[in-house]
Write a protein that binds this ligand. Structure first.
Ligand code: ATP
Ligand code: MG
Length: 332
């Protein structure tokens, strides 16, 4: 079986619809075909300030949501990044193989640092793509299910895997991004020119999966569209409507062409009302399942402990190989 690896940050508490459609949905699917490793990337979360209490609560909350979304600890390895110290260790080696200019070209860093103001930007935020390189290479992952915004980081991972293999001998699998074209970028409901984002979206622009269903319905109904009336998929000219059609189509399994036919001659109001209903039907059981996992922290922690153990076995082997190839003397 090919390997898959991905992660999600425990930052904002609730996952949003972009996280689900762009990433977690694929995590669930790849459990069937891959030896899959999924983690809550708490080490990535601290690249921006985190209150310790929030970080602790949000890490468990993230794991609960991943399980609620359909990850099955019997069919994948679910763990917390900081439970596997090899991530930080391999990241150091990779930092020493990454060009400063190369890291400076990462657009996520440019975007996020522009938002935070340069005096509050940490070296950690700058080097976080390199930690991501280590995350992926440790598991010898063939496929990395992510949203479109992560494509550049997977490219960096490929470059570093090839660089390491060329310089020190074949050690790492060179991974491919696994990005679903239709849902790789879900847009902000209020500004369909930017991606829906934990850190950049306004409350009205983001569908948080743990919002009260009433709130979710309201956000869909107030989504920005355009001045026409026709319901048609046209990302260039009708980004707001196209985003709603993408969401609708993915959650229900109806093709976009079918939806266009169904809504011919109907207004945006009808589309939004129906989509709001679809969303409420999806989030209601999701919220319940998440709460069930949170109510049983013992079971949750046990799942994560078992996941970390399985992950460490794989990660330790890769790290040992990298240390050896680079010329570190093994401890006796
Ligand atoms: P931040 O804005 O702080 O980076 P985020 O909203 O991007 O947060 P992450 O935890 O960084 O959330 O991303 C988890 C996964 O969700 C990644 O694979 C990412 O590519 C994917 N993802 C995030 N936003 C979207 C989106 N709008 N559409 C599709 N996929 C997305
Ligand atoms: Mg992100």
């Amino acid at each position: 079986r090919p390997r898959a690896l991905s992660g999600i940050q425990p930052t904002a508490g609730s996952f949003h619809l972009g996280n689900y459609l762009g990433a977690i949905r694929q995590f669930v699917a790849l459990q069937e075909t891959h030896d899959a490793f999924y983690m809550v990337v708490d080490l990535h979360a601290i690249t921006v300030p985190q209150d310790p209490r929030d970080l602790r609560a949000n890490t468990r909350l993230a794991a609960a949501q991943m399980l609620a979304a359909g990850l099955d600890p019997d069919r994948c390895t679910l763990f917390v990044q900081s439970h596997v110290p090899e991530h930080a260790q391999l990241a150091w080696l990779m930092n020493c193989l990454t060009g400063f200019g190369e890291a400076s070209r990462m657009t996520q860093f440019k975007d996020k640092s522009a938002r935070h103001g340069s005096d509050r930007i940490t070296v950690g935020l700058f080097t976080y793509p390199v930690l991501q390189v280590a995350d992926i290479l440790l598991y010898q992952a063939h496929h990395v299910p992510v949203g479109e915004d992560q494509r550049q980081h997977v490219e960096l991972t490929r470059d570093l895997a090839e660089r390491f293999n060329t310089r020190f001998g074949d050690t790492f699998v060179v991974p491919d991004p696994y990005i679903v074209k239709e849902t790789g970028k879900i847009y902000d409901l209020q500004d369909p020119s930017i991606k829906m984002s934990k850190s950049a979206s306004t409350p009205k622009g983001i569908i948080n999966l743990l919002d009260e269903p009433k709130v979710t319905a309201k956000k869909i109904k107030s989504a920005v569209t355009d001045l026409e009336t026709e319901i048609r998929f046209d990302e260039e000219r009708k980004p707001g409507v196209s985003n709603l059609l993408t969401i609708y189509s993915t959650l229900t399994g109806n093709s976009i062409a079918d939806l266009e036919t169904t809504y011919q001659g109907k207004g945006y109001g009808a589309l939004k009302t129906d989509l709001a209903e679809v969303m409420v039907e999806w989030v209601t059981p999701f919220r319940e399942r998440t709460q069930e996992y949170l109510d049983d922290p013992e079971t949750l922690d046990k799942i994560l402990a078992k996941g970390a153990e399985k992950a460490r076995a794989v990660a330790a082997e890769s790290l040992a190989a990298a240390y050896d190839r680079m010329g570190f003397v093994p401890p006796r």
